[in-house]
Design a protein around this ligand. Structure first.
Ligand code: AMP
Length: 278
């Protein structure tokens, strides 16, 4: 049976969604038309290109079996969907921010501009503060300086947009990244897809390292590079030397290479990993 997959048609989640699907072996053609139509996908899949914001509802109502969208969007929608995989891109925080020249806490009667009215209402209710939520469709960051709101609740990743608007974050409501979601009854049907995508995500922050080392350095090297289950050790022609192969965290690769060299390693090779299934 064909699985229908809802994919963001544009915006910041579009390109990384297409890339991760391709890396997981799912080729989706017909993407550029960016409309709410089924593209010609791999014959196991059918693509439904639509706005990231609509994806939770589409999945919850069965228009798609699974989809890719932000955790923030899922939470705001309240749609009944299952989150299967954290895709590791589109990372951001939903924060309460206030003008830099204003301090003090929250007060009843404050106006809060946001495009996340549900999460905002719930957040202030939980804190026992009665605020007036002003729903905007975008550009909440402009509202405090034109007298529309005292505070905003908006997404931030680098913080540049906030500081350019002389706003400072005061509290994080939610941390978000893109997720593979599915209809609660379709988890079984999309299991294979989730597995493939997860193996790609897992591989992304890892590298594969190979090196020749003096045999008597093996204990030190194993301690330095425990990998998933210790390095793979392969005999080589050169007497008293072995080759090792091991999975390493990408952000540690420079330190590990340096330490390996100190242990006498030669011919160090580092390659990307396409998929990783532990
Ligand atoms: P779009 O409006 O279609 O470009 O996508 C917006 C989604 O991208 C948000 O709902 C978040 O899930 C994600 N995102 C990641 N970083 C940011 C950011 N700094 N600002 C807004 N959205 C972000």
């Amino acid at each position: 049976m064909t699985i229908r997959l809802a994919i963001p048609s544009k915006g910041r989640l579009h390109d990384p969604s297409m890339e991760i699907l391709e890396a997981a072996g799912i080729r989706i053609e017909g993407a550029p038309d960016r409309q709410l139509i089924a593209g010609e996908a791999d014959d196991r899949f059918e693509a439904l290109f639509t706005r990231a914001k609509d994806i939770p509802e589409f999945v919850a109502h069965g228009a798609a079996d699974a989809g890719i969208t932000g955790r923030d969007i899922v939470a705001e929608s309240g749609a009944d969907v299952e989150e299967l995989v954290d895709l590791g891109f589109g990372t951001c925080r939903l924060v309460v921010a206030r003008p830099e020249d204003r301090d003090g806490g929250y007060e009843d009667g404050m106006r809060v501009a946001t495009s996340f009215p549900n999460l905002t209402r719930r957040h202030f209710e939980d804190q026992g503060v009665e605020v007036e939520v002003v729903t905007v469709s975008g550009a909440a960051e402009a509202t405090p300086h034109i007298g529309v709101a005292d505070l905003i609740v908006d997404l931030t990743s680098t913080g540049t947009t906030l500081s350019r608007n002389r706003l400072e974050p005061v509290e994080t409501i939610l941390t978000s990244s893109a997720r593979l979601i599915c209809h609660p009854d379709r988890a079984g049907a999309v299991e294979e897809l989730a597995f493939a995508v997860e193996s790609v995500v897992r591989a992304r922050d890892k590298k594969y390292l190979m090196a020749d080392i003096p045999e008597d350095a093996l204990d030190d090297v194993t301690e330095l590079l425990p990998g998933l289950e210790g390095p793979t050790v392969v005999p080589i022609e050169k007497a008293d030397w072995v080759a090792i192969q091991v999975v390493v965290d990408a952000d540690e690769i420079h330190d590990k290479i340096h330490a390996l060299e100190k242990l006498g390693a030669k011919g160090i090779l580092v390659t990307p990993i396409e998929r990783l299934v532990p």
